[in-house]
Design a binder for this molecule. Sequence first.
Ligand code: DX5
Ligand code: ZN
Length: 215
Amino acid sequence: MDIKISPSMLASDYANLERELKKCSDGGAELIHLDVMDGHFVPNISIGAPVIAAMKRVCNVPFDVHLMISDPYFYADDFIKAGADIVCFHVECDSDIDKTIDKIIQGGCKAALAVKPATPIEAVYPYLDRLSMVLVMTVEPGFGGQSFMESTMPKIKTLREKCPDIDIEVDGGINYDTVKIAGQAGANVFVAGSAVFNSENPAEAINILKENAKV
Ligand code: DX5
Ligand code: ZN
């Protein structure tokens, strides 16, 4: 599986988004991870579609939009129009999962489903044939800078055995050490917020993460 690094803009300097995006594209990031929080599905509020649309105008790297919102069906079109390439939403949300996947695919985007740490991986099984990616959260969604939960690794192993070809993304607490653990478990897409943007050299951080992810 191709290894992809998806820096999370949640850890970037929101006063300088164009400059922060350039750090990722110059550094060889394969994706840009955009965390959308509604203050309801998670106890935090971040950015919405207008900010993502503005970022899209100054960045050519594909956008990996992670919706931590209660009603992704209602809002999906806004993110499709804003320029999302992958629209990822949570299997624990309040929307109809099938209809939301259909809307995303009909809108020309790739659909992905995310699972919180306590949610069994089997929850995504009914939808796998229409998903390009599954996101296994390695922290409770809502905040950057939390510690990686190794207890989520068996879910990745189980899914990788079942689906050798699907993209499996991990999100939360990914650093130079934990990227190895997640890579060995079978993940191939790695979100990294603090590890990239708290580094003095984000390009070097992206490279090290990519090297360390190789199993
Ligand atoms: C957390 C977000 C993550 C977060 C990761 O709910 O989904 O994408 O930005 O941040 P780090 O890499 O700092 O754990
Ligand atoms: Zn995320």
